[in-house]
Design a protein around this ligand. Structure first.
Ligand SMILES: C[S@@+](CC[C@H](N)C(=O)[O-])C[C@H]1O[C@@H](n2cnc3c(N)ncnc32)[C@H](O)[C@@H]1O
Length: 215
């Protein structure tokens, strides 16, 4: 019997194929439910007003169908939401045509120079956990590079007590120390203690929310 080697999908191809195969059906995108992440909403209500002025520049990393970006837009922030999947970006634009120019195609690992140090807030929800260990360091460094001098990075991701990448496909939860390690390597320090919580999904998922700034 002969075996044919299967081509290994890059992260970009992996996500593009999920969005393309969903053919416009939101229910076929596992992470999209038409709602912003509740951990983002809670933070925007309770903490953001004391840290981020209204109208501030916000980047949303790996925005997918734009569920979090729309919430930020509704709150009056100047949002640039980007994703490496063309299909996701067009889909997000179709959901929110009034703000279509806020959703752009970009690869976190190859960002436009003009975005460097441009943003007061960088929001990443569920993207870091979907990147393999070997690119997380560069991914966090790229997020850090987006931050203005006084900027904050908000990370919301799955949390585990043990380091592992046993599953073939994402998500790959992070331990708190893994997150702190990659952030430290990108010269980022915690702005406040990590908030660990279990969400209200069925079944519930362990997650964490971390706010970081330049160290
Ligand atoms: C698990 S999804 C989360 C999407 C969205 N943040 C949410 O919570 O609904 C991860 C997203 O990151 C995007 N992504 C993965 N690698 C990326 C990269 N290098 N640059 C930009 N986006 C990326 C994927 O296309 C996908 O939309």
């Amino acid at each position: 019997m002969t075996t044919t080697a299967q081509p290994v999908l890059t992260t970009v191809d992996y996500f593009e194929s999920i969005y393309a195969e969903a053919a416009g059906e939101t229910s076929r995108i596992p992470w999209a439910d038409g709602q912003p992440a509740s951990a983002l909403v809670n933070w925007l209500n309770a903490v953001a007003p004391s840290l981020i002025r209204c109208g501030a520049r916000v980047a949303v990393v790996g925005c997918g169908l734009g569920d979090d970006a729309r919430e930020l837009l509704h709150r009056g922030y100047d949002v640039t939401a980007f994703d490496c999947s063309d299909t996701a970006v067009h889909w997000a634009q179709a959901i929110d045509p009034e703000n279509a120019n806020c959703y752009v195609h970009a690869d976190l690992l190859d960002l436009p120079m003009k975005w460097r140090h441009r943003f007061d807030l960088v929001v990443e929800v569920n993207t870091l956990q979907s990147l393999a260990m070997d690119i997380r360091k560069n991914a966090v460094a790229a997020m850090a590079d987006l931050l203005a001098a006084h900027g904050r990075l908000l990370v919301i991701c799955r949390r585990s007590d043990v380091a592992c990448e046993t599953q073939l496909e994402p998500p790959w939860p992070l331990t708190e120390s893994e997150l702190l390690d990659v952030c430290e390597q990108a010269s980022l320090a915690l702005d406040s203690p990590i908030c660990a919580f279990t969400d209200d999904e069925n079944p519930p998922v362990d997650r964490m929310r971390a706010v970081l700034r330049r160290s």
